[in-house]
Ligand binder design. Structure first.
Ligand code: K2U
Ligand code: ZN
Length: 170
């Protein structure tokens, strides 16, 4: 079922999420609710803290056209990063209508546990690489605005706080 997405500023978005000790049907249901919420937003990634669950779980589907490729990743971690970088104008479902350029490694090797409990490893590049790094940052309480200078970060935070107040009144 659809879950409400927390809007910045929110202390839960700045916390470090807890590792998953044992997979459960409850966690699998959470992952399925996150995918539904992500597609509805619409978005190409979502991290559990964004729906207020401080657990190390992210979902992604960065496919633009063609068949969806949903990914469910428990305890994702970056095992290696390329020297070369990419710049991408990032947004965030928790910081609506705000965008800024962020530079990140162009390719990353990620390890995780999948929904069957199987350890996985995969190299990501392009938009998938940007997205998986953006989502893993969420698990460490880091937002894309944390890569910006203090003035830009403060401007975006003020705008997001204003939008949050307006939505609360609606
Ligand atoms: O984590 C999130 O808030 C979802 C993010 C994921 C993302 C951000 C920046 C760059 C890549 C992925 C987005 O809001 S999903 C929306 C979106 C859609 C298409 C391209 C970029 C961002
Ligand atoms: Zn985000």
């Amino acid at each position: 079922m659809l879950k409400p997405i927390l809007i910045h500023p929110d202390p839960r978005l700045k916390k470090t999420s807890d590792a998953v000790a044992d997979l459960s049907d409850e966690l699998r249901t959470l992952a399925s609710d996150m995918l539904e919420t992500m597609y509805d937003a619409p978005g190409i990634g979502l991290a559990a803290p964004q729906i207020g669950v401080l657990t190390r779980l992210i979902v992604m589907d960065c496919v633009k056209e063609g068949d969806p490729e949903p990914m469910i990743m428990f305890n994702p971690e970056i095992l290696a990063s390329s020297e070369d970088t990419n710049v991408y104008e990032e947004g965030c479902l928790s910081i609506p209508e705000q965008f800024a350029e962020v530079t990140r490694p162009a390719e990353v090797r990620v390890g995780w546990i999948d929904e069957t409990g199987t350890p996985r490893e995969k190299d990501f590049d392009g938009l998938w690489a940007t997205c998986v790094q953006h989502e893993i940052d969420h698990l460490n309480g880091k937002l894309f605005i944390d890569y910006l200078g203090p003035i830009k970060r403060q401007t975006i935070t003020r705008k997001s706080a204003k939008l949050k107040r307006e939505r609360a009144r609606a």
